[in-house]
Design a protein around this ligand. Structure first.
Ligand code: NAD
Length: 494
């Protein structure tokens, strides 16, 4: 495509699509084809300032609007998202590379948060205690905090932004979203549809860019909170920067999730779940299972069945081939990084059971699934977040050894066990040190009703995104104590 025909993604500020006057642009790819589909402006502090000013002005009225009125907008938004469901799933698939079915999942999980946020009239209630002291009653209200910022990763273009802004705006805040520069199109579409639903101009704004925009958001004096989802290194920086300027920060980072397969696990459903967790979205999920532990006698059959399931997996262009079961990596550097981990694994002495560099489609940014067996806990493929379709198999002797190995990880998003023993499941759930635990569930990502509860270096902050914790994060508590003396009561002779 000639560069003159490539469009530039707009910002959304004050209810309008805005062309940014940025000097720098980044390419946005269709990762299946490896072709550029549009360009995104890499903005700076000036564009952040415009968006924050618009959000601040909108906050004045929006924060005073009754909760049921805010819910009305969200109900309409949900209906519009349902109406646009297939188009949004297609957009996610095109700019991210995941399959259309995975794109549907991405949008569906996001709509569930809108659905949850429609309940704000109930979710936002405070508490009361009559006669807290003599003639004194107490009640609390939860009030919006101001302009909230959201910074999101490339791997869930719809779901992760929707983890944040529906809850924030339901609570009466305004919002500035900075999506990943690799997948800006879905975010812009989500904001346009919110305007269509009747969200007042300025309540939701979208600014594009990379580090300079993130730093301006984290340091901006008129921003009250920062919600971040991305890699651990950046999550930690964002957490520090936001805290330095007195903001609330919730910063979710990377992960290394373990799947433990016991000898008594039901074989067919376990293989399906392990394959889905390891290779779904080409392994580009913070809840991806990236280590599988075949405990005792489970290991041999597990490796054989995984290898044949990998051989049967259709890896192809997710836009052109509706039968594709796994798509590409997000870009060439992600593909090359995963390929380097395959080199590392071989060098460090793991046994390469399936090599994803072989027979991968030649267009776009593809690798096929890789499976390493006999991986030792100190190898880089066992320690690092690879964030691609690479599964490392370990062979601990028993459940306690498996739990001990899993707990060595500095991360703490998810861990799962496959077993038909309630006792083993309970021992695992109590002993594992991470925030989201699955029993016979491959990807224990909670739905909108629960917070997304990463621990350790998978999360910096206190209150997590989504669920009740999301409402707590985007509101602050006011407690009102009222004393009414008893003059009137005495006059009445009560
Ligand atoms: P990333 O950290 O590279 O980027 C995330 C966001 O930060 C993007 O908007 C990006 O523009 C910005 N950014 C990148 N580098 C920056 C820097 N140096 N300074 C300031 N801002 C910067 O992450 P990614 O590659 O887009 O996404 C993959 C990562 O996200 C993985 O580590 C994955 O585990 C993690 N993730 C975590 C969760 C979770 O809930 N814990 C969910 C999804 C993804």
């Amino acid at each position: 495509m000639a560069s003159s025909t490539i469009s530039v993604v707009p910002l959304v500020v004050d209810g309008r699509r805005v062309e940014a006057a940025a000097d720098e642009h980044a390419d946005v790819f269709n990762p299946s084809a490896g072709s550029v589909i549009c360009r995104v402006p890499m903005c700076g502090p000036a564009e952040v300032d415009d968006a924050v000013r618009s959000a601040l002005a909108a906050f004045e009225r929006w924060s005073q609007s009754p909760a049921p009125k805010r819910a009305e907008v969200l109900f309409r938004y949900k209906a519009i998202l349902e109406d646009q469901f297939e188009a949004l799933a297609g957009l996610v698939s095109t700019e991210n590379g995941k399959t259309l079915e995975e794109g549907r999942g991405d949008v569906r999980r996001g709509i569930e948060v809108v659905d949850f946020s429609c309940g704000i009239a109930h979710l936002g209630k405070g508490e009361t205690l009559g006669q807290l002291a003599e003639h004194i009653d107490g009640h609390t209200t939860r009030e919006p905090i101001g302009v909230c910022a959201g910074i999101t990763p490339f791997n869930f273009p719809a779901m992760v932004p929707l983890w944040m802004f529906p809850v924030a705006i339901a609570c009466g805040n305004s919002f500035v979203l900075k999506p990943s520069e690799k997948v800006p199109l879905t975010a812009v579409r989500l904001a346009e549809l919110a305007l269509e639903a009747g969200l007042p101009p300025g309540v939701l704004n979208v600014v594009h860019g990379g580090r300079p925009v993130v730093e301006s958001l984290c340091r901006h004096p008129d921003i009250a909170s920062v919600s971040f989802v991305g890699s651990t290194a950046v999550a930690e920086q964002v957490y520090r920067m936001g805290c330095e300027t007195g903001k609330r920060v919730q910063a979710a980072g990377g992960a290394k999730n373990v799947m433990i397969v016991m000898p008594d696990a039901e074989p067919d459903s376990t293989i399906r779940a392990v394959m889905g967790a390891a290779y779904g979205c080409a392994g580009q999920r913070c809840m991806a299972g990236s280590i599988v532990m075949g405990v005792g006698d489970a290991a041999g059959p597990l490796e054989r069945r995984l290898s044949s399931a990998i051989d049967a997996l259709v890896v192809d262009d997710t836009v052109a081939n509706p039968d594709a079961q796994m798509g590409p990596l997000i870009d060439a550097s992600a593909r090359d990084r995963v390929a380097r981990y395959i080199d590392n694994g071989q060098r460090e002495g793991a046994r390469l059971a399936r090599d994803g560099r072989e027979k991968a489609p030649s267009s776009g940014f593809f690798l096929r699934p890789t499976l390493f067996d006999e991986v030792q806990p100190d190898m880089s493929i066992a320690r690092d977040e690879v964030f691609g379709p690479l599964l490392s198999m370990q062979r601990p002797a028993d459940l306690d050894e498996a739990i001990e190995r899993a707990n060595r990880s500095p991360y703490g998003n998810g861990a799962v066990i496959f077993t038909s023993s309630g006792a083993a499941a309970r021992r695992f759930a109590r002993g594992i040190r991470c925030g989201m635990v699955g029993v016979n569930v491959g990807v224990p990502a909670p739905m909108a009703a629960f917070a997304f509860s990463g621990w350790n270096r998978s999360f910096f902050g206190d209150l997590h995104v989504q669920g009740h914790e999301g409402v707590m994060f985007y509101t602050r508590q006011k407690i009102v104590l009222s004393r009414w003396d008893d003059t009137y009561e005495r006059q009445q002779g009560w």
